[in-house]
Ligand binder design. Structure first.
Ligand code: EPZ
Length: 421
């Protein structure tokens, strides 16, 4: 377990480069399974999830070359991956890997489409809700896959290949939309995806699939049409900037005050969240370099939010916004509608002195004058990200995946990483 010691109470100032989006990079890496040719991905973020997916894809036979750093590259500059799935040697994704990162379940569609079979473990539990995969299985069935669930694994077969179909989701799902897009790209004929997720990461993946030879219309809207191909070709694609990382830092500045440039960030990727932040009294301007976020000493204005699928306020920024509201001058109500259990951070914020009560899917946050440091646990996926270099000693699969060892940041005597803000 990593520990970070934070000395708070200061304004944030400076420039932070924004990484490539994790939630686009993962499905883009999985898209490499769809072609025998090389897929080159630029601006891939340096994250433990990416390292783990490298390892998982490696198990299937994908060769991944990571281009070395160029002179002048920042420590956290995006990586360039060359992925070649010329020879898929194994169509099984085991439990001990899939359970570590849910998105690795998404390999099932591309493996089935390309190889006619796949055996992938069900992902198991998750800290933010039950997160079933029934829509994913519906996608595979609609496209002609035969599905059996046995001993915790989904076994999918399509001896005569997949064929295009109409897929209509009962609820908007990012992952199931990715699954439908990726799988339908290699299914014969046209597929129509209705009630599709409209997240920017869906559009980014569709753009890459189009560069690989797919014909896709409507990505970024709720109806997507895909003309399946027998084969896809290689391509080069650059991962879009991470809107959740952008929003997280923007909220940190809103909370502490200060003036920060989020280099490379794009305001069109998080309009709802930025509008909400402006409502709290934070100044946000789009410049040629990125997003400039600042707040002077004035109080934080409370704002109510409800999480929604894109273009609404993202669930992945809910915990961060709650932290901000815990210092607001008044009461705000935060409603979580995407995941039923995404309030684990409430009790941790209470340890810092926040005043929050829960009423079903709504948190009522009464702002307090000051928060005070305390030991807390990072429970939510987005209340805590492993953005730093993975500790290779405790993550042998990363070492096996060729993740580079880098010196750990400075530690204090108790073994905490020291970060001063
Ligand atoms: C994606 O998860 C993101 N992950 C999540 O980000 C994000 O919180 C979530 O979308 C919502 O925006 C990645 O992109 C890798 P969903 P996903 O399917 O695709 C229900 C992060 O921090 N549902 O859109 O798993 C589900 O339970 C992560 O980076 C079904 O009922 O989420 C939820 O209520 C956390 N059956 C709703 O749909 C299914 O088969 C939306 O979930 C699938 C989903």
């Amino acid at each position: 377990m990593d520990r970070i010691r934070i000395h708070g109470g200061r304004a944030l100032n400076g420039t932070i480069p924004i990484s490539g989006a994790k939630n686009a990079a993962l499905p883009l890496m999985i898209a490499s399974l769809l072609t025998e040719e090389k897929l080159i991905l630029e601006n891939v973020p340096r994250l433990a999830d990416v390292g783990l997916l490298q390892y998982i894809l490696g198990n299937h036979g994908v060769d991944i070359t990571v281009a070395g750093k160029r002179a002048g590259d920042e420590e956290n500059a995006g990586q360039t991956f060359e992925l070649s799935a010329k020879n898929i040697v194994d169509t099984t994704a085991p439990y001990h890997l899939v359970s570590k990162m849910r998105a690795s379940f998404w390999v099932i569609g591309p493996l089935l489409a390309r190889m006619g079979e796949a055996k992938v473990s069900l992902p198991g539990g998750c800290a933010i809700g039950t997160r079933p995969v029934d829509f994913h299985l519906d996608v595979l069935r609609a496209l002609g896959g035969e599905i059996e669930i046995s001993e915790g694994y989904v076994i999918a077969k399509a001896k005569n290949g997949l064929r295009g179909a109409k897929i209509s989701f009962p609820k908007v799902s990012v992952g199931a939309t990715h699954a439908a897009l990726l799988t339908a790209s290699l299914a014969k004929g046209e597929s129509v995806i209705e009630n599709a997720a409209r997240e920017p990461e869906i559009k980014d993946v569709a753009d890459c699939l189009i560069a690989m030879g797919s014909t896709i219309e409507g990505a970024g809207t709720s109806t997507i049409r895909v003309q399946g191909r027998d084969k896809l070709n290689g391509a080069r694609h650059s991962v879009l900037p991470d809107r959740i990382e952008t929003g997280t830092y923007a909220m940190a500045v809103a909370m502490t005050g200060g003036d920060v440039m989020l280099a490379g960030a794009r305001d069109d990727l998080l309009v709802a969240a930025l509008d909400t932040l402006r409502g709290t009294g934070t100044k946000i301007t789009m410049t040629n370099e990125g997003l400039r976020v600042s707040r002077n000493g004035s109080g934080i204005v409370p704002v109510d939010v409800t999480t929604e699928p894109f273009p609404g306020f993202p669930t992945d920024l809910q915990a961060q916004f709650m932290a901000l509201m815990s210092r607001a001058k008044g009461t705000s109500r935060i409603r979580e509608t995407i995941f039923e259990n995404r309030f684990m951070h409430v009790q941790e914020l209470a340890r810092l002195g926040a005043n929050i009560s829960l009423d079903g899917e709504t948190a009522i946050v009464q702002g307090v004058e000051k928060l005070k440091g305390a030991p807390v646990m990072a429970t939510d996926l987005r209340a805590w990200r492993n953005h730093g270099p993975p500790r290779l000693s405790s993550r042998p699969w990363l070492r096996a995946a060729g993740a580079e060892a880098r010196p750990l940041r400075r530690l204090d005597r108790a073994g905490n990483r020291l970060i001063r803000v």
